[in-house]
Design a protein around this ligand. Sequence first.
Ligand SMILES: Cc1cc2nc3c(=O)[nH]c(=O)nc-3n(C[C@H](O)[C@H](O)[C@H](O)COP(=O)(O)O)c2cc1C
Length: 148
Amino acid sequence: MAKIGVFVGTVYGNALAVAEEAQQILGRQGHEVKVFEDATLAQWQEYRQQVVLVITSTTGQGKLPDNIRPLYAELNDKLGHQSDLRYGMIVLGDRSYDTFCGGGRAFDELLQEQGAKRIGDILLIDAIEVVEPEAFSQDWIEHWGALL
Ligand SMILES: Cc1cc2nc3c(=O)[nH]c(=O)nc-3n(C[C@H](O)[C@H](O)[C@H](O)COP(=O)(O)O)c2cc1C
């Protein structure tokens, strides 16, 4: 079973609701799960040889929310390779924006550049179609947890 850090970027709480759902589901599968809002680089580094699940919405014009942007900047500025890291990515957005899910896609690109290994596909959640993102993401999370 894996030790998983769930790193959340949210403005209005939808991504946090998905993270809380993920904590329940992955915990039931026997994984050890902690959820981080306003995470520091040190908290991220505790998982550098483990697993992280990034769950973030998109704000502004394709930007990451304020509570996760500093972490992204530190990963970009201070870390080079993260080749021992395995991760998953859930991104919330709204297809009416040109920059659909831009924040999370940028986060994914950074982790790819740094050599981290993504487990599974990115889950993109469109607020236009999905009213309850926490219910919508349940099957993806179950499947992702089983791949670890
Ligand atoms: C002011 C504002 C700006 C947004 N900008 C984007 C955007 O650029 N791209 C996108 O895909 N979604 C955008 N969204 C949609 C949100 O990402 C989406 O509603 C998401 O579910 C919010 O999740 P949260 O409650 O975790 O912040 C924006 C929403 C608001 C209110």
